[in-house]
Design a protein around this ligand. Structure first.
Ligand SMILES: [Zn+2]
Length: 77
């Protein structure tokens, strides 16, 4: 059996998913897939996914083009 991870999050009474997210954040990786996240909390792919998901959910119409995900998108394109 694998030894369980012992770190600052081990003893917190939060869900396993939340611990995963906190560890990823600490290690500067995407909180969804674990890819390297240069800036922000997610990789570019998931930044965009999260952005579009939130637009939908909140019925937003404007796009804030100076936002990190748009800027990274235009660099990647
Ligand atoms: Zn990701």
């Amino acid at each position: 059996m694998r030894k369980r991870i012992e770190d600052e999050f081990t003893t917190l009474s939060i869900s396993r998913q939340r611990k995963y997210q906190l560890r990823m954040q600490r290690d500067k990786r995407c909180t969804e897939c674990g890819e390297k996240a240069e800036q922000g909390s997610r990789c570019l792919k998931h930044l965009i996914k999260a952005r579009e998901r939130q637009r939908d959910k909140r019925g937003l119409k404007r796009r804030y083009l100076n936002t990190l995900s748009y800027r990274l998108e235009s660099i990647a394109a």
